[in-house]
Write a protein that binds this ligand. Structure first.
Ligand code: NAD
Length: 450
């Protein structure tokens, strides 16, 4: 890792650029977005390689992540002119001759703190921040050093490094960076650090987005197509070896569905991994040991093998898991899927509602009424019926948490809206007839004669 830069100088330079308006005009924002897109497109293979070097992530899985950010920039470029325009607001008869608008002001200097598990989630929020006309300090995870180094060395060839500095930092240097004053903080990662970010923001009353982690329940109804369900579920659970914030965390279904599901999941996993067995390892010893401990006392129906030599854990499904087992008390964040038997969808809803609100809730069913029942009776960042993870790649849906799982959202128009201040603008008419109507606001609150 290169020597950490002086955070005060980095932020001061970015602030100077912002004050000079270097990132503000629509033309400049479009140019910056195009350059950013070129950076991603022209360095795809290098991005994939760094994710492999840091984490041994599957190349095709990283390619899909890149596609997500590319789509994000393209949609933003297509719509930016429309989004930037002041919005006229509806009027009542009393405002008929006034102008009522919402202007979208850039916020200033924004900090984006990224995570290692989906490094492209470091790049994604930057799109909205550029589109909003801000300067952005980009802080990649200390757990993905090659990716951080790539950003630090190559991004300045595409974007002005004073306006868009990459701040590669260990935890100490990040702590110092957080003491600086920003106009917005955007953080993705674990809840423990999320709290530190929130505290740092609190000092200056800086608004924040916190994209945190938790348990994502999956309800599988008896009516579900189990062939399709098992393929989508195993795809979602094994991507990055389950080290994804949106990974299905545990399954709720009846015992009879559980028995059938296991057979289908076995077929799906064999099909996926026989020809392409690469599964990325668990990120570090701490998480490997944590997951290894979670396996203890589980009834393993599929998988269960662990290899401490390379922190590898086989895709694993555990059946008849008690809600009291430790695996049901924390985010799994690994390739282990516990199944908790329940009697039906109403019990599943109660089960979900007794716990913290999830980032994602997945329902597999062929009955619309069951999907609707979950929608009406639960709260979560997102709900997907008959799939998982794919809410992240649908550009027009916002992405973010609720309650303990975080705050704020991004993607598409929501990404732009996050990084602008919506300034209320009222242009009052000076028409004498209207002024007559205004008499009642002046003391002595009675109509006066001209
Ligand atoms: P991480 O270790 O990469 O940490 C996140 C960021 O915080 C990094 O930039 C890191 O350098 C920094 N950091 C770590 N410790 C710090 C400290 N003490 N002080 C200041 N900065 C510090 O990632 P992680 O925390 O292991 O991320 C995994 C978690 O993130 C999981 O819980 C996952 O669910 C969650 N996550 C959530 C989303 C989402 O969109 N909701 C997306 C991805 C990951």
């Amino acid at each position: 890792m290169s020597q950490p830069r002086n955070p005060t100088e980095v932020v001061a330079k970015a602030r100077e650029c912002f004050k000079k308006g270097l990132t503000k005009s629509l033309k400049q924002r479009r140019t910056n977005l195009k350059n950013y897109l070129n950076f991603i497109n022209e360095n795809q293979e290098a991005i994939i390689q760094t994710n492999y070097d840091d984490l041994r992530q599957h190349r095709e899985e990283v390619r899909l992540q890149i596609g997500l950010v590319v789509a994000h920039v393209e949609v933003t470029l297509d719509n930016l002119t429309k989004w930037v325009k002041p919005e006229s607001k509806p009027k009542r008869w009393v405002d008929a001759l006034d102008g009522l608008y919402v202007y979208k002001d850039p916020l200033g200097v924004v900090l984006v703190v990224g995570t290692w598990n989906v490094t492209l989630l470091t790049l994604a929020p930057v799109v909205g921040a550029i589109a909003g006309g801000n300067c952005v300090v980009i802080k990649p995870s200390h757990n993905s050093p090659s990716f951080g180094q790539l950003l630090e060395t190559v991004l300045p060839r595409y974007l002005d490094p004073d306006c868009f500095p990459v701040f590669v930092a260990d935890i100490d240097a990040t702590t110092k960076l957080l003491q600086e004053r920003f106009d917005y903080l955007y953080y993705t990662g674990a809840t423990t650090v999320g709290r530190l970010i929130h505290q740092a923001a609190n000092k200056h009353l800086t608004p924040v987005t916190l994209q945190l982690g938790g348990k994502n329940p999956v309800y599988i109804d008896e009516s579900a197509d189990l062939f399709l369900t098992s393929r989508r579920l195993m795809w979602g659970k094994t991507w990055n070896s389950g080290q994804i914030c949106l990974s299905p965390d545990y399954v709720l279904c009846t015992k009879s569905t559980q028995d059938k599901l296991i057979k289908y999941c076995k077929v799906a996993l064999d099909h996926f991994h026989n020809q392409d067995p690469h599964c990325c390892p668990i990120v570090n010893d701490f998480h490997f040991k944590r997951l290894q401990n979670l396996l203890s006392g589980l009834e393993i129906a599929i998988g269960g093998r662990v290899d401490p030599l390379d922190n590898h854990i086989e895709p694993t499904i555990a059946t008849n898991v008690s809600p009291e087992h430790p695996i049901m008390k924390e985010e799994v964040f690994g390739p282990i899927l516990p199944i908790v038997p329940i009697d039906g969808y109403k019990e599943a809803v109660d089960f979900v509602n007794k716990r913290e609100k999830p980032l994602a809730l997945y329902i597999y069913t062929m009955k619309k009424s069951i999907g609707d029942y979950f929608l009406e009776n639960t709260s979560s960042g997102s709900v997907v019926v008959n799939d998982n993870l794919t809410q992240l790649i649908t550009e027009s849906l916002p992405f973010g948490g609720v309650g303990y799982i975080g705050m704020g959202r991004y993607k598409g128009k929501d990404g732009f809206d996050t990084f602008v201040h919506k300034k209320a603008v009222l242009v009052k008419t000076t028409c004498p007839i209207v002024e007559k109507l205004h008499e009642l606001r002046y003391r002595p609150f009675v109509p006066y004669k001209l």
